[in-house]
Design a protein around this ligand. Structure first.
Ligand SMILES: Nc1ncnc2c1ncn2[C@@H]1O[C@H](COP(=O)(O)OP(=O)(O)OP(=O)(O)O)[C@@H](O)[C@H]1O
Ligand SMILES: O=P(O)(O)OC[C@H]1O[C@H](OP(=O)(O)OP(=O)(O)O)[C@H](O)[C@@H]1O
Ligand SMILES: [Mg+2]
Length: 289
């Protein structure tokens, strides 16, 4: 639904830097929204699409959205949990995956029971304190802004609690995780109760949805003899139903269907074995189903 020009702008929060920033801007760009040209720009208006973008620290985004100052935002699930804000997760965005773990000098600690009485350094005090309270563990939390891995060596903490992606920062600092994973995070779309009533909300949500769907599918085209088409379309049923068109060559048809990106190469092998030829896979940039 196109935006009437006098409708209020949908106010969207986007990470201005850090691990989520580039991928967040990319998804918005693929969704047809104007993006800032200069990383110093803190807000831009996309008049044509009825959206105003605010570039903010990802840690603050859940607070802005939860308080109703902004309508929608992109942040991390761990940052939402840490903030205690009342923003609601509406969609996993499929990037920025990380795990949240306790860690200490390699080999020194083995279970979360070892946390009793320790000093824990973290930038995520909300998550850590809630975890300790829930388990009835007595430990003190030392809040640091970043580079928490160094705090043990510097003697301000015994253990840390931090985001782990590849694990190389921990390894380089001589640390290792212990106990079970506390949280699994990735980038998410957040909103607040009532934001759905904004006239631009549904269009925004559908555009993001369309890009994510397009990323998980590819378009497959192939030619096959008519007698094999039933078996072939059983492998490539598409979303509604595959398009089957006659070919100029007698007894052959062309088939076109969206197929999941995962496993699409194996599907090509199977179709080729079945007699399909001219099998093409093409990327889909965006879609609305
Ligand atoms: N390798 C990573 N390092 C840090 N955060 C990551 C990583 N991979 C994914 N993330 C996610 O990114 C979000 C943190 O973003 P960001 O790195 O911008 O925050 P920050 O560490 O507070 O900022 P900065 O490091 O720029 O000062 C969290 O949701 C976190 O789970
Ligand atoms: O498991 P890895 O792939 O090594 O990634 C995890 C590291 O990356 C982040 O630090 P960041 O670079 O954001 O610096 P910061 O600690 O100052 O936030 C995070 O705090 C870990 O230190
Ligand atoms: Mg960081």
């Amino acid at each position: 639904m196109a935006q009437p020009t006098d409708a209020p702008l949908l106010r969207v929060a986007v990470p201005n830097k850090g691990a989520l920033s580039a991928a967040a801007s990319e998804i918005l760009k693929d969704s047809g929204y104007r993006q800032r040209r200069d990383s110093k720009e803190l807000a831009i208006i996309d008049v044509e699409n009825g959206v105003e973008f605010f570039y903010l620290r990802p840690r603050d985004i859940a607070l802005y959205v939860g308080s109703g100052t902004l309508d929608v935002g992109i942040t991390g699930r761990d940052l939402l949990a840490d903030s205690g804000a009342s923003a609601i997760e509406i969609r996993d965005l499929g990037f920025g995956a990380s795990r949240f773990h306790f860690a200490g000098p390699a080999g020194k600690y083995s279970s979360l029971d070892d946390l009793e009485g320790k000093r824990i350094a973290t930038s995520y005090t909300g998550i850590v304190q809630a975890f300790l309270d829930e388990r009835g563990i007595n430990a003190s939390v030392v809040r640091l802004d970043g580079a928490v891995e160094t705090s043990i060596q510097l003697g301000v903490a015994d253990v840390i609690a931090d985001v782990v992606e590849t694990g190389s920062t921990l390894r380089l600092a001589g640390l290792a995780t212990f106990g079970e994973e506390i949280l699994r995070s990735s980038a998410i779309l957040v909103t607040r109760e009532g934001a759905e009533s904004h006239p631009g909300f549904e269009t925004f949500r559908q555009r993001i949805e369309g890009v994510l769907l397009a990323r998980s599918y590819v378009m497959m085209d192939y030619d096959i003899r008519s007698e094999h088409v039933q078996d072939a379309v059983a492998l490539t049923p598409g979303i509604e139903s595959p398009t089957v068109s006659p070919l100029h060559r007698e007894g052959w048809v062309a088939v076109r269907a969206m197929v999941p990106r995962n496993g699409s190469q194996r599907l090509m092998d199977q179709l080729h074995d079945m007699g399909a030829r001219g099998i093409l896979l093409t990327a889909i940039n965006a879609c609305r189903l």
